[in-house]
Design a protein around this ligand. Structure first.
Ligand code: FAD
Ligand code: UDP
Length: 398
């Protein structure tokens, strides 16, 4: 490993902090160009370098690594997530074992309240939600009967409206789901795939956790530190503040891992794929606590969908507290692929092109146009690596 390689890798980190750009590095130095330093890109860069000894250049158009999970300490010393709350949860042992090489974990089970009819009630809807909302004292069987009298089973469950109405009935759907979804997506739930609202289950017990996965924890020093460890390898060079469009010409034919929007890669040949965006409004208050739970959802009031108080996620004790408000928008950074049939049809065309592209692999939430959680992206990236490593035997370089 040359000293220059090591130096470049280090410089990359400093650049991330100082936001300075450098000229592209000469092409022949790298076996792989990884576009995007989020989970998808970082996992591939790490695997290609560590296991196969490949020389990897990883770029990101943002001025930091970590993609949408990027976190930092704000002026009050609170570890906040720049692009909205990221709660890690998974049922995959492989994903946990892999990431645990780069971080310790802080056990954390996420809980969310919804502000409905002037009350703060647990979401996903559970026994306490129904009892609290209607002033009842039902048990599990009572809740089953209560919902059975209200639910309607449509002939097929295609949309987010179908799935909600079939699970909780129209009234609860209207109070908890319809307006939140309209705000979040700019679409009525009847226009979105069932998988969207289907992410939120219904429970007949008092389990008020947002997730029930076997592993739920936060990286103990944050996501950014975890990414820095993943990418801290002599064969990995990081360039932040660099767009693929600026450097693509400098690396013709280089093997590429692309984790940006797939439609962008193909110059929007089949038209743009719709993505939903958000504006994040970060605030710090001179008080210890702001709200009663890590996240409070506001389905029916305000222009924002939810408010996250970060101290719940980090366990920090401090005199001030920092929160983020999420305002959905049509324009802006692409955060959410929009799952609905017309978009799936456009994506299918891009997917066909992507599968035929020589020496370019598409991976991650934007490149696959899939509403993936972090663990799903890590699993997808590890699977892609297995494919690559199988196709080309590992080349270890000492
Ligand atoms: P990204 O993190 O988006 O990384 C892609 C990177 O590519 C970006 O940094 C981008 O700047 C870069 N890029 C794109 N185009 C170019 C280009 N042309 N040139 C250079 N660089 C480029 N998941 C969970 O599991 N739990 C949660 O609680 C959770 N909460 C979320 C909350 C919000 C508000 C959002 C938006 C997502 C949330 N997710 C959550 C999903 C999670 O963010 C994603 O699954 C994960 O970050 C996707 O990783 P990725 O590498 O595919 O994409
Ligand atoms: N949802 C809702 N009301 C809620 C919470 C969620 O209607 O109180 C619906 C909404 O359509 C949302 C989807 O369920 O976009 C998925 O919610 P999740 O919390 O998983 O969204 P994310 O964290 O990915 O933004």
């Amino acid at each position: 490993v040359s000293l220059k390689d090591r130096a470049l890798a280090t410089v990359g980190f400093r650049l991330a902090e100082t936001k300075v750009k450098v000229r592209p590095v000469r092409r022949e130095r790298f076996d792989y160009l990884v576009v995007g330093a989020g989970f998808a890109g970082a996992v591939l860069a790490e695997r290609l370098a560590s296991v196969m000894g490949k020389r990897v250049l990883i770029i990101d158009k943002r001025d930091h690594v970590g993609g949408n999970t990027f976190d930092y300490h704000d002026a009050a010393g609170i570890l906040v997530h720049k692009y909205g709350p990221h709660i890690f949860h998974t049922n995959s042992n492989e994903v946990v074992q892999y990431l645990s090489r780069f971080t310790d974990w802080r056990q954390y089970e996420h809980r969310v309240l919804a502000s409905v009819d002037g009350k703060l009630l647990p979401i996903p809807i559970n026994l306490d939600t129904i009892n609290g909302l209607y002033g009842l004292d039902l048990d599990a069987t009572g809740m089953q009967d209560f919902l059975a009298r209200r639910t309607v089973t449509p002939s097929s469950i295609r949309t987010s409206e179908d799935i909600c109405v079939s699970r909780v009935g129209r009234e609860l759907y209207e109070k908890f789901f319809q307006n939140y979804t309209r705000k979040q997506w700019g679409l009525d739930p009847s226009e979105l795939d069932a998988s969207v609202a289907g992410r939120i289950p219904v429970r007949f017990d008092r389990d008020n956790r947002y997730f029930t996965d076997t592993f739920q924890a936060m990286p103990s020093l944050g996501y950014t530190r975890m990414f820095e460890k993943m990418l801290d390898h002599p064969k990995i060079t990081i360039r932040t503040g660099v767009n693929y469009a600026e450097v693509a010409a400098a690396y013709p034919g280089v093997k590429t891992i692309f984790t940006g929007p797939v439609d962008e890669f193909f110059d929007y040949r089949f038209g743009p794929l719709p993505y939903r965006s958000l504006e994040f409004k970060h605030e710090t208050y001179d008080q210890e606590k702001y709200q009663a739970a890590a996240v409070v959802n506001y389905p029916n009031d305000h222009a924002f969908t939810r408010v996250t108080e970060f101290k719940y996620l980090t366990g920090q004790i401090a005199p001030k507290t920092s929160v983020v408000f999420e305002y959905p928008k049509a324009e802006g950074d692409p955060y959410y692929p929009i799952p609905r049939p017309e978009n799936a049809a456009i994506y299918a065309k891009y997917k066909e092109l992507a599968e035929r592209a020589n020496d370019v692999h598409f991976v991650g939430r934007l490149a696959s146009y899939k509403y993936y959680n972090m663990d799903q992206v890590v699993a997808q990236a590890l699977n892609l690596f297995r494919k690559i490593a199988g196709a080309a035997p590992p080349a270890f370089v000492q």
